[in-house]
Design a protein around this ligand. Structure first.
Ligand code: SF4
Length: 517
């Protein structure tokens, strides 16, 4: 193919989280006159200090996608990270491709991240090439539909949005009513494992690295040796076929137990009943309609109970669509929200797991080993500790974005800033999700292995979660007293004597000094 001026019609950009030939960017693609551009750029792995497994997963899935579309006869300009002359960031690669190929237009499906969309816009504008940003059909709710839902609402609660999505899609519905007569089975879905621990469970389906993935793993070790995390356990699905097998495995072996135990945690058990499918959906290897449809079918065929199926579908049809809506409605300003004025740096142990708090050591070590922790480990262990301590939400956001294999900004940022850190002041969450160490004692066996005692707030054995919980309530008492959902907790705070409060304040000051200097 010639690369002279006007040699191609459209330059079709495919980003690392858009690995779907059914996406709108491919609509009307003509291999005779269009060209796809996929670029591995170091900047995407370095703008936050990404976990090695996160980098490897993106690169391997991108290379498998390249091979797939090449086999389909689609011409691809693929820039590998190690190519001599790789320019290292998306803007430079895009400008160079425009210069080289002289396209009439640049086509892209709506990027998932505000920063990336603006980069592409700016590059196309500076090269004076028409840019066509097409809607992302992967999602069941468009950004326009979400904006219509949000119009005029002061608070955006997930539950209302989720009901709307159920009605709109007919998922788990009988006419206008939810199947089983209820929208929500959260009350049934908050079980711990008790002393006996989790039932014996087949491990989730693993995918041994093939030649393409092995090459990527070696590249990541070579190129990003100082990055956090390990590649020793890398077994993620990197193609749509593998993602489909992972879904089959989840439906057959873990969906039935997902609901009751979705919040439970156990030492040395990273996956339990969780699906390990979020990253596959986020990279677009898995269509959420497929996951939702298969789960509903499992209930209708009697393979899984309704509370489990509803809990799983809520993640895909509710939370996932909702946080994307929030992200696009409030970016770019959302990333700067810090309503509680938290200012501390992130403790160093978040990158090393070197801490004597057993719950944090467990969850962080698991995260470093696998690039994975489930939603309650994120919300109520690592997220909760940062919130109670008073870490700046931007630092928490950077860590969550860097460290999880499924982290892409549209889903990670609202979950971190809004749900976990309450940094949007209640736009998403009706109250800060705070608890003492006793919550973790109930939902896990972490405390049984810990030198601290979750029932104590002061003294040598005081659990730092419990101490910081009271300190958090005291620091934000005025604000929280205005929130009816926090009334009980604020009343409990009022029962503490002046001496108790002073002891907690002193204990917290020592704790903060030891953790962040
Ligand atoms: Fe975590 Fe506190 Fe329990 Fe230790 S006692 S595991 S620090 S909650």
């Amino acid at each position: 193919m010639s690369s002279g001026p006007g040699a191609i019609r459209n330059l079709v950009i495919v980003l690392g989280d858009q690995l779907d030939t059914g996406s709108s960017a491919f609509d009307g693609l003509d291999p005779g006159c269009d060209r796809v551009l996929i670029a591995e750029v170091a900047d995407e792995s370095e703008h936050v200090w990404s976990h090695k497994a996160r980098i490897a997963l993106f690169l391997s899935a991108m290379r498998h996608f390249r091979d797939r579309i090449r086999d389909q006869g689609i011409p691809v300009e693929y820039r590998e990270l190690g190519d001599p002359g790789n320019l290292g960031d998306l803007r430079a690669e895009l400008l160079a491709a425009i210069h080289r190929l002289r396209p009439v237009g640049v086509v892209v499906t709506e990027p998932g991240e505000w920063r990336v969309r603006e980069t592409i816009r700016a590059a196309a504008a500076s090269a004076q090439v028409a840019l066509y940003i097409r809607p992302d059909r992967h999602f069941l709710c468009s950004t326009e539909d979400f904006a219509a839902h949000a119009e005029g609402r002061r608070q955006l609660r997930m539950e209302r949005f989720y009901h709307e999505m159920r009605r709109r899609t007919g998922v788990l519905m009988e006419g206008t009513q939810p199947v089983g007569g209820r929208w929500n089975y959260d009350l049934e879905n908050r079980k711990g494992f008790g002393r006996q621990g989790p039932p014996s469970l087949a491990p989730p389906k693993r995918f041994a690295p093939d030649a393409v993935t092995r090459e990527v793993l070696a590249l990541v070790e070579r190129r990003f040796p100082g990055h956090p995390g390990s590649l020793a356990h890398f077994d993620w699905a990197v193609t749509p076929e593998q993602a489909g097998l992972a879904l089959d495995d989840f439906i057959a072996n873990r969906l039935a137990g997902f609901g009751p135990y979705e919040d439970a945690m156990w030492t040395g058990e990273p996956y339990l009943f969780h699906s390990r499918l979020s990253y596959a959906a986020n990279l677009k290897l898995l269509d959420p309609r497929e996951a939702i449809g298969r789960a509903e079918e499992a209930w209708r065929s009697g393979q899984a109970p309704l509370p489990s199926v509803e809990g799983f579908i809520r993640q895909f049809l509710g939370w996932r669509e909702y946080v994307r809506g929030v992200y696009w409605r409030f970016m770019p300003g959302y990333a700067d929200r810090n309503e509680l004025n938290a200012q501390l740096p992130l403790p160093r142990f978040y990158w090393t797991a070197d801490t004597d708090l057993h719950c944090l050591r467990q969850v962080i070590q698991q995260t470093l080993d696998f690039g994975f922790a489930h939603h309650i480990q994120r919300l109520m262990v690592t997220g909760l500790f940062a919130l109670l301590l008073g870490v700046h939400p931007a630092r928490v956001h950077e860590w969550f974005l860097a460290i999880y294999v499924d982290a892409v900004e549209w889903v990670e940022l609202p979950n971190t800033l809004g749900m976990s850190q309450y940094a949007d002041g209640g736009l998403m969450a009706s109250k800060p999700y705070i608890a003492t160490g006793k919550y973790l004692q109930r939902m896990s066996n972490y405390c049984a292995h810990c030198r601290y005692d979750p029932t104590q707030s002061v003294g040598e054995k005081a659990c730092p979660f419990t101490t910081l919980y009271w300190d958090f309530l005291a620091r934000h008492e005025e604000r929280l007293a205005r929130n009816p959902r926090m009334a009980l907790q604020v009343r409990n705070l009022a029962r503490l004597s002046g001496a108790d409060r002073a002891a907690i304040t002193k204990q917290v000051a020592d704790l903060r000094r030891s953790l962040v200097g």
